[in-house]
Unconditional design. Structure first.
Length: 132
């Protein structure tokens, strides 16, 4: 009903405001794309508020480049853009388990945990403001 119409209206507005989306979609599915191009496309989808599209762009890389820090970072950024902190933490925890000698993973984990704490505090404050 109303909720679905609101979602469609939002999507229509996004498409109208972002005329390059069809071109981005074609680029994102190009079979001969190199890794930096694919990562850039995923970032572009995330920037326009389409994390599902960004995930779809990154999905083929999981099998071929999944252990590379740039791919892991791109996937984490998509999850953060979608406020799915659990998914972002899960990706980083798996990376840390697979690459325990990499000293960057603990810092990345702490950064995401901090973002999650800040987001939860913001949500809590908003809820408290909404209470009578």
């Amino acid at each position: 009903g109303e909720e679905l119409r609101a979602v469609w209206a939002e999507e229509a507005a996004l498409l109208a405001a972002t005329p390059e989306l069809p071109a981005l979609q074609r680029l994102a599915t190009a079979p001969d794309a190199d890794l930096p191009s694919v990562l850039a496309r995923a970032r572009a989808w995330g920037a326009v508020g389409s994390p599902a599209q960004a995930r779809a762009v990154l999905a083929p890389l999981v099998a071929t480049h999944g252990a590379e820090a740039a791919v892991i970072d791109a996937r984490v950024q998509v999850e953060l853009a979608d406020t799915d902190f659990d998914a972002a933490l899960s990706l980083l925890e798996a990376a840390q388990a697979a690459q325990p000698d990499d000293k960057g993973w603990p810092a990345a984990l702490e950064e995401v945990r901090g973002a999650q704490r800040r987001w939860r505090a913001e949500v809590k404050a908003e809820l408290e403001l909404a209470e009578p």
